[in-house]
Design a protein around this ligand. Structure first.
Ligand code: ATP
Ligand code: MG
Length: 263
């Protein structure tokens, strides 16, 4: 694929619903024929795989730390490049509908400059194969600042309706500026939204400095699926959360200038 993929990143305070939202966004992109999609779990506390029904996967940080261990005992005739290339490719989980890369938690100390630069090259080449990249991030946006993706078309900040969640949203807004990230649009998603709370929320939303792009209600089907460790891709179409994210994706596609091909 020659044109640049569109990137949607999801961030927010821990436990607010980032991973659920990310998985439901991927579900909508696939439904609208916006594949191929690359899902990137950039949260050290990785659980996007489970929400997408991928049970076993390698992590990129696992590859980087085994490189640190293996570099002295590499088989003769094998270059460091070939070793890393093979291992990084084997950390790409391919499914019928989407591919998944899990960054994982940074392990061990030492200089990761070489493997990190291999990783940047790998991701740079990899992303060209997709129409959409969807990233599940930590509030600190570590991977965006490390160049996991070169630009973000839409950053969706997920918050519950609590003061702390919305304050984190404001902090993330500040980070984008401080880190000088190439983030083209931002929008707030209020998860577990309680109807009739608009008035109480208004000053907090104002303070976040971000427009609300949509709300997601509390949905018992999401909780039941989560308890069964079932994928968000298996929820019924009429689940309240699925429908809410359908609207959020429609608005996002409008904002980033993508026309829906099918629904
Ligand atoms: N709209 C919703 N309705 C019901 N349950 C929800 C909803 N959104 C999220 N949950 C549940 O809340 C919990 C936290 O959601 P999730 O894992 O998506 O949050 P997170 O921000 O990714 O958390 P972490 O910071 O731990 O990665 C999960 O058990 C999930 O099933
Ligand atoms: Mg998560």
């Amino acid at each position: 694929m020659s044109s640049k993929p569109k990137a949607i990143a999801v961030a927010g305070k821990g436990g607010t619903g980032k991973t659920t939202t990310t998985a439901l966004i991927i579900r909508q992109l696939l439904k609208r024929n916006f594949g191929p999609v690359l899902a990137v779990d950039a949260d050290a506390n990785d659980n996007l795989g489970a929400s997408l029904g991928v049970k076993d996967y390698k992590t990129i940080s696992g590859v980087l730390s085994s490189f640190m261990d293996a570099r002295k005992t590499m088989p003769e005739g094998m270059t460091k490049e070939a070793w890393m290339d093979y291992q990084l490719n084997s950390a790409l989980e391919e499914t019928k509908n989407f591919d998944l890369v899990v960054m994982g938690r940074k392990e061990g100390e030492g200089c990761y400059c070489y493997p990190n630069s291999m990783l940047r090259n790998f991701l740079e080449n990899l992303r060209e194969n997709y129409r959409f990249i969807v990233l599940d991030n930590e509030a600190g946006l570590e991977h965006l600042s490390r160049g996991t993706t070169d630009h973000v078309d839409m950053l969706l900040v997920v918050s519950d309706h609590a003061f702390k969640g919305l304050r984190t949203a404001a902090t993330i807004g500040g980070l984008i500026k401080d880190l000088n990230l190439d983030v083209r649009s931002v929008g707030l998603v209020i998860n577990r939204f309680i109807p009739d709370m608009e008035k109480e929320l208004e000053p907090l939303v104002q303070a976040s400095g971000m427009p609300v792009i949509g709300t997601i209600p509390q949905d018992a089907l999401v909780q039941k699926a989560d308890a069964r460790m079932a994928s968000m891709l298996e929820l019924p179409d009429d689940s309240a959360a699925v429908q809410a994210v359908e609207d959020i994706v429609a608005r996002t596609l409008d904002i980033i200038g993508e026309q829906s091909k099918a629904s």
